[in-house]
Write a protein that binds this ligand. Structure first.
Ligand SMILES: Nc1ncnc2c1ncn2[C@@H]1O[C@H](COP(=O)(O)OP(=O)(O)O)[C@@H](O)[C@H]1O
Ligand SMILES: [Mg+2]
Length: 395
């Protein structure tokens, strides 16, 4: 990332990144699970490390925390090296980082207040108490200061754990799936409270999550990981609207996948032509269409008139409606597509429809099989499969 370099006195370095990890590799035995990661967190910035289970997120966070010894690369906090392979390892308690995990254990024999003040050394007791109470207040736990952990629900314990991690005003917060053991409604509230506290205290934060919605909710920037490497880093909008790779598209939700051959710089699909001028003429392309890219309007035609694109099924999901559409291309080809329309929009089965394509939510990539020379004979767009694995619908 780039910094604005301020003119500073010779003894100072530039305004440092809160956390900088460069060229980090990590292996357990012979198995490399982190494969050359570069990652920065700026002061006050919330960065989400997002990716499927097992891709190496926790390992990377533990390296930043000092819970794993760095094997290769460099880790710096505020411009100062804290880990250099075989040369330097600042222990976790000396790194001035706040840690919270999925099931952060509180000290059972200490009250909520004592848990939060525990890490506050070298300050008068009254100041510690004031700071702890202020954080508990912001996390909705002010009324529980004298309560003991076993009397709290899981969500309340997690709030206390976050307050405890924040209390020493660490330079960096490292949070590993801190909300994932909570049920959905509670999780939304704690996420919201946590986001506001992090922004209020201006804590640089690296938050690990496997949940794309959580990442978009919390993050200034997202680093999306797969198999030990970072696939794309950017704002939520950059990843969602300008994905660099099919994996990035599918990770953020269900998508209709079509394929076709590039002809005159375009790929023809049953819902219209899409631009693919940067791909080689005649090459196989993968066309990914988000369900919200298909804008459906009912067409004035008798029901059961199957010359046109029509509705197979329509389901209300809550905030949106999911339509199963049989799309008819100009060339007579058909595809079964999922369209997502806001609100309650439930046209009858068999209803003829028009489909308008929002090209900002359509992404074209060279076909994965292209390099293998497969599929070149397939002419027009045809349906491959759809990835429903990540359907985060609007409940
Ligand atoms: N202490 C360990 N010893 C051996 N393998 C480990 C250890 N910790 C994690 N792994 C493996 O490393 C990979 C990455 O794990 P992890 O960083 O926990 O992934 P994530 O947090 O993304 O789910 C996984 O395959 C996991 O099984
Ligand atoms: Mg993990």
């Amino acid at each position: 990332m780039t910094h604005k370099l301020k003119p500073v006195e010779a003894s100072h370095t530039e305004p440092a990144t809160a956390l900088s990890m460069q060229g980090v590799h990590h292996a357990f035995g012979k198995r490399e699970v982190v494969k050359g990661v570069d990652l920065d967190v700026a002061p006050g910035e919330v960065v989400c490390l997002l990716g499927p289970s097992g891709c190496g997120k926790t390992t990377l966070l533990r390296i930043a925390a000092g819970l794993e010894v760095l094997q290769q690369g460099r880790v710096a906090l505020n411009g100062g090296d804290i880990a250099v392979p075989r040369a330097r390892h600042v222990p976790p308690e000396k790194r001035n980082v706040g840690l919270a995990f999925q099931d952060s254990a509180l000290f059972p024999h200490l009250s909520v207040l004592e848990n939060v003040t525990f890490g506050l050394k070298g300050e008068p007791p009254r100041e510690r108490r004031r700071r702890a109470l202020a954080l508990l207040e912001q996390l909705g736990m002010a009324g529980y200061a004298d309560t003991y952990p076993h009397m709290l629900s899981g969500g309340q314990q997690q709030r206390v754990a976050l307050a405890r991690a924040l209390a020493p005003a660490p330079q960096l917060m490292l949070l590993d799936e801190p909300f994932s053991s909570l049920d959905a409604r509670l999780r939304d509230r704690i996420r919201d409270d946590t986001l506001h506290v992090l922004k209020k205290v201006g804590a640089a934060t690296l938050l690990v999550t496997h949940d794309p919605e959580e990442a978009m909710f919390m993050a200034d920037r997202i680093a999306l990981m797969r198999d030990g490497g970072i696939v794309q880093t950017g704002t939520p909008r950059e990843l969602y609207c300008a994905p660099c790779d099919p994996f990035v598209v599918t990770f953020f939700g269900e998508v209709n996948e079509l394929s076709g051959v590039v002809r005159e710089g375009r790929v023809l699909t049953p819902v219209g032509a899409v631009e693919a001028g940067w791909l080689a003429e005649g090459s196989q392309a993968q066309v990914m269409i988000r369900p919200e890219a298909l804008r459906i309007s009912v067409r004035d035609a008798p029901p059961g008139e199957h010359r046109y694109s029509h509705v197979i099924m329509a389901k209300l999901l809550g905030r949106s409606s999911l339509l199963h559409i049989c799309a008819h291309g100009e060339d007579g080809r058909e595809a079964h597509l999922h369209a997502r329309m806001p609100g309650v929009f439930l046209p009858a089965e068999g209803q003829a429809v028009d489909i308008h394509l929002d090209l900002s939510q359509v992404f074209v990539f060279p076909s994965a099989a292209a390099g293998a020379g497969a599929g070149a004979a397939h002419g027009e767009a045809e349906q491959d499969h759809r990835d429903y694995a990540h359907s985060h619908d609007g409940q």
